[in-house]
Design a protein around this ligand. Sequence first.
Ligand code: URA
Length: 267
Amino acid sequence: MSHDDGLEPPLWEQLAEQSAELHQGVRLQKVLAATGWGSRRVCEELIAAGRVTVNGDVAVLGRRVDAERDRVEVDGAPIGVRPGLVYYLLNKPSGVVTTSKDTHGRPTVVELVPTEPRVFSVGRLDADTEGLLLLTNDGELANRIAHPSHGVDKEYLVEVAGGPVSAGGLRTLRDGVELDDGRTAPAKVSQPQPGVLRLTIHEGRNRQVRRMCAAVGHPVTRLVRTRIGPLSDRSLAPGAWRELTSAERRSLTEAVAETRQHYDPSP
Ligand code: URA
């Protein structure tokens, strides 16, 4: 049954749907809608028109899929990939700004990638932060990734001043740090070398990692983003970029859809 009339389904129906999702997978129209193909109704129409395949077979209405394993395509293109959309993974060097124009004349990230079609960055890195940045003209996906409720993990390698971070400092970073704009959500933190942290957060507050580390007495001396959700690439040189592969685009789309289900269980 469709609930596009905006009314909440009864609780027992919601629970039955959640249990079905757990055991049989998620309804195909829900997965398509979560990846930006339109409302559930529009997605049902796509399926009914025979334009959607799952692992190469034309899907029928009522089909459920495992977003992790099944290969879903619309008109032969993996979901999340629509004509005219580009996705670049850039290794941003220090000194390059994320804004599209800098008032101080510093180089910008958009100058490092092709000028056409025009792209923008998904979130931002400080001028002195290095590492992975996604640039795209897909506004829908960009909003989903940047929104904290989707919880796409971002991992950073952080060199800090003040020597090794104590067990207490690491615990504070993990549990949440009191900042002037509120307490940070729990983070994953390890210290692969004394004074070097691997820190994973899903929020994207301004200068968040720098402020978290400073709050436990260890100002950041170097900050490198090493992963955005499923995207990482150790072989991308500073200043270099490449297009995402279709597998990466698919896993990124799925990561956003999955975290959305995790944070927002409403059907
Ligand atoms: N946290 C920061 O402090 N700076 C960045 O550029 C990214 C995350």
